[in-house]
Design a binder for this molecule. Structure first.
Ligand code: BES
Ligand code: ZN
Ligand code: ZN
Length: 495
């Protein structure tokens, strides 16, 4: 999809669809070109008819609108004007693309009036259009594909063009294309995306973006003593890897900050010997969504060039069951030297992350963020709308939460009081890999913290936010690409 900015008078805009934002009354009549709205009275008629109220994402299409060069005028609801923010701008653009592509519309122009023709709205709308253009149907034969009905161009029309708006549009494109790259990876089934294939995808991305990459294999990890990660890989014929991708700024950062982004890359999670029920197990192909988010963020950062170095660490394994698979009760030694009693082989994410976190610590990380589809319990605590955040450093977590808001994502912090650590007791090793029945997401985070301390660290549990079971008007069902935008924003905000 080609993205651009233009500033022709509204009457002269030639496109398959010209979209105008209209808000709910009495909050606001229509900030979208009032001259157009008032002239013919069409908007007043539409509202009076009850066919359009201005509710968020509601659309009405008028064909061959008089006095306009566009083939269609699409009125899209912006909800309450005082609540309209870049979050809504992103979704409005996504909803336009998703609803119009099925109607064969190839070119869309979204008109923003002067109150919305500012960077944050333009950036978000560009993102929304690209995100809305993505479909999870790459393995369908052509005739059944939604994505063959793609929109070719999405233009944002503003009263006055400014270079800052062009830059915002470009940033939005880069970030959203990275988010779609992440979604492509997450969407791949586990027979096609093994740990080796994930490493290949990372190599391809790194080559394209001129990023340094190193892939540690089983032997290299054994040399480093990564017994926790390697134990999970025992039950699979697919070899495990630790993928390391490095972004270095042109000038060394003055503050010495070095971000480490770590993503859980379990290409399939059967649970291992502590096997999962078969119902819904097919979804465990998305257990590498953290890994994919980190790789997507690196793709964007290579182009957006933040001031600080960022290194991505992606431990990747398949959690399977064969005659050599790890058993409940097995004790493994992590790279840090801590021994772990594996009470449940389905709590494998924390086992691979533990060694990746230690490795990041040994390689100069000053701040660590991990993203992982770690616990089913996070969905019980927060539902599908907020990422769960956990930290050992409030100041760093506050910065991350601020970046999350700027990026139009949502996190909610959960407590990490010392008392919760009491749930993690093993009679036979330093740590068990599970706590009891209570606070499952917090005990998982505490397990990770044992390897992160004392480095400032935030853990993001994305198990309930990385996958949508039902599409929304602005985004398809399937992988969401959650956390890509916040990872990018945190690096851009860092000095
Ligand atoms: N990959 C799962 C977590 C998960 C659940 C992700 C649902 C996405 C959707 C993780 O490896 C896991 O199995 N966690 C267990 C932990 C338990 C054994 C302590 C869980 O959440 O049940
Ligand atoms: Zn598991
Ligand atoms: Zn898992």
């Amino acid at each position: 999809m080609k993205l651009s900015i233009q500033s022709s008078p509204v009457e002269q805009i030639a496109a398959d669809a010209l979209a105008l934002l209209c808000f709910e009354v009495p909050d606001g009549q229509s900030p979208s070109d009032p001259s157009l709205a008032d002239r013919s009275g069409w908007l007043a008629d539409l509202r009076a008819s009850g066919e359009f109220s201005g509710k968020l994402y509601e659309t009405v299409t008028l064909h061959r609108p008089s006095g306009l060069a566009a083939k269609r005028l699409v009125v899209i609801g912006g909800g309450k004007a005082h609540k309209f923010s870049p979050v809504e701008s992103r979704r409005v653009a996504g909803a336009l693309v998703r609803s119009l592509k099925s109607k064969g519309v190839k070119s869309i122009v979204l008109w923003l009036d002067s109150s919305q023709a500012i960077e944050a709205y333009v950036l978000a709308a560009a993102e929304g259009a690209v995100i809305g253009g993505w479909e999870p149907d790459r393995h369908k034969s052509d005739s059944k594909k939604d994505s063959t009905k793609a929109v070719d161009s999405f233009t944002i029309a503003v009263p006055e063009p400014r270079p800052e708006l062009e830059r915002a549009l470009e940033q939005g494109r880069i970030v959203a294309e990275a988010q779609n790259f992440t979604r492509d990876l997450v969407n791949e089934p586990a027979n096609l995306l093994t740990p080796a294939k994930l490493a290949d995808a990372a190599r391809g991305m790194a080559a394209q973006q001129n990023l340094e990459i190193e892939v540690l294999d089983r032997d290299a990890m054994a040399q480093l003593g990564m017994g926790s990660l390697l134990g999970v890989a025992l039950g699979s014929d697919e070899p495990p890897f630790l993928i390391v991708v490095k972004y270095k700024p042109a000038a060394a950062s003055v503050t010495g900050v070095h971000l480490a982004y770590i993503g859980k890359g379990v290409t399939f999670d059967t649970g291992g010997v502590s096997i999962k029920p078969s119902e819904g197990m097919e979804k465990m192909k998305y257990d590498m969504a953290g890994a994919a988010a980190v790789l997507g963020a690196m793709q964007a950062l290579a182009q957006l060039k933040p001031a600080v170095p960022v290194t991505a660490y992606v431990p990747t394994v398949e959690n399977m069951i064969n005659g050599r698979a790890q058993r409940p009760g097995d004790i493994v030694t992590a790279m840090s030297g801590k021994t772990i009693e594996v009470l449940n082989t389905d709590a494998e994410g924390r086992l691979i992350l533990a060694d990746a976190i230690t490795y990041a610590n040994r390689n100069g990380a000053t701040h660590i963020v991990d993203a992982a589809t770690l616990t089913g319990a996070i969905g019980i605590a927060l539902g599908h709308y907020n990422i769960g955040a956990f930290t050992n450093d409030q100041e760093f977590c506050d910065r991350l939460i601020a970046a999350t808001k700027t990026a139009g994502e949502k996190t909610w912090q959960l407590p990490m009081d010392d008392e919760y650590k009491e749930y993690l007791k093993s009679a036979f090793a330093d740590l068990p890999n599970i706590g009891g029945r209570h606070a499952g997401s917090i005990t998982a985070a505490w397990f990770l913290r044992e390897f992160a301390d004392p480095t400032p660290w935030v853990h993001l549990d994305i198990a309930a936010t990385a996958w949508l079971d039902e599409g929304k008007s602005w985004i398809s069902k399937g992988p969401t690409g959650v956390a890509v935008r916040l990872f990018v924003q945190l690096a851009l905000d860092s000095k």
